[in-house]
Write a protein that binds this ligand. Structure first.
Ligand SMILES: CC(C)(COP(=O)(O)OP(=O)(O)OC[C@H]1O[C@@H](n2cnc3c(N)ncnc32)[C@H](O)[C@@H]1OP(=O)(O)O)[C@@H](O)C(=O)NCCC(=O)NCCS
Length: 328
């Protein structure tokens, strides 16, 4: 019997309610709308309230995806949540989502691959479906990085926003779905983006944590250089692996971290601007949440239609990066 495909049936999204503009930062930081826009392409982002957490957005996005696919939560077999800002160290955020949805027959675990998390998690669920261990599942990409940034560090706090998206995936003999994925890592670059305190190396409030930061640290320039190369390389590799060329791609949905990174990578790949989806101007960097939210909006705007070939690419802390090709 031939292996089924893992088809994306539906997509949902949820972002924080409160919108914060670049001008809002001018009130407490030595920065300007002009600087932020010209260096990052970001105009505004959504910032989570005290009550809004990763599981809030994940649950809303997943519930929307299930409703659109007209699937009862009890039929869901697996829930994967890609995040580095889960509600707690444990239990996993995927278990909180499983409970919130009433998905009483689902397995659940989190995937930690930072801003490439949604790509990694889609490949994991797709492989499980193709291999026959589950028939369906939900993949969520969500992050709430504004809760762990240093609000006095003007080079990082202006970059992030909060929210995420979810897809419902299931086995099908249709000729579409998650086709091909590339996943890469380089731990030698772990020093470029990290949150030191809170794990087993520097447990919070331990003597080891003294003098270490419990906020996001990022070496912007190093990450920038890495990102442009990683995006270009992984897209070329995934196309080669699938035996396709960049001309076959209908829509390019990159991780929305920085407009200049997206433009540099698209140029390197020779992709025309109308094939590149951009919403970083309105959301900032939502880490694992950025690709599913972009896919959601692309579909809603009619830029992503059934049968289109979409290429997603992401990069982030680890360092990790990856790309996938999805026949929508
Ligand atoms: C963070 C980033 C926007 C900074 O832009 P940059 O052009 O590299 O700027 P630099 O860090 O070299 O800083 C240049 C100057 O701008 C200043 N600056 C930094 N942030 C600023 C801000 N928000 N407003 C005004 N000035 C700022 C710096 O202090 C520095 O000043 P100095 O020359 O007096 O020291 C850019 O490096 C970047 O986008 N990197 C990738 C980050 C990313 O995508 N991370 C997510 C990975 S998932």
């Amino acid at each position: 019997m031939s292996r089924p495909n893992a088809v994306i049936r539906s997509i949902g999204m949820s972002v924080a309610e409160r919108v914060m503009t670049n001008h809002d930062f001018e009130e407490f930081l030595d920065t300007s709308d002009e600087w932020i826009k010209s260096r990052t392409g970001i105009s505004e982002r959504h910032i989570a309230s005290v009550e809004e957490t990763a599981s809030t957005f994940a649950t809303r996005a997943a519930a929307e995806a299930l409703e659109k696919a007209q699937v009862d939560p009890k039929e869901v077999e697996m829930i994967l949540v890609a995040t580095v800002t889960g509600d707690m160290q444990f239990p996993s955020t995927s278990c909180l989502v499983q409970y919130n949805l009433g998905a009483t027959n689902a397995g659940a675990f989190d995937v930690g691959a930072a801003c490439a998390g949604f790509i990694y998690a889609c490949e994991i669920l797709s492989s499980m479906i193709k291999g026959g261990s589950v028939r369906n599942g939900i993949v969520v990409g969500v992050d709430v990085l504004t809760k762990i940034v240093d609000w006095t560090d003007r080079s990082t706090c202006i970059l992030f926003g909060d929210g995420g998206g979810a897809v419902f995936m299931e086995a099908s003999d249709e000729d579409r779905g998650v086709m091909c994925t590339v996943m890469k890592s380089d731990g030698s670059g772990g020093k470029y983006i990290r949150l030191a305190v809170g794990g087993s190396l520097y447990p919070s409030r331990s003597p080891q944590a003294e003098g270490k930061s419990d906020r996001v640290y990022m070496a912007g320039r190093e990450v920038y250089k890495f990102a442009v190369k990683a995006m270009g390389d992984s897209c070329c590799t995934v196309l080669e692996k699938a035996g396709l060329s960049v001309d076959d791609v209908d829509l390019f949905v990159p991780h929305q971290a920085n407009l200049r990174i997206i433009e540099a990578a698209s140029d390197r790949l020779g992709l025309s601007p109308e094939k590149v989806f951009i919403n970083v101007d309105r959301y900032g960097n939502m880490s694992a949440g950025s690709i599913p939210v972009a896919l959601y909006e692309a579909e809603q705007m009619g830029r992503l239609k059934r049968g289109d070939l979409v290429m997603t690419v992401g990069f982030g802390a680890g360092l990790v990066w990856g790309a996938n090709l999805i026949r929508w």
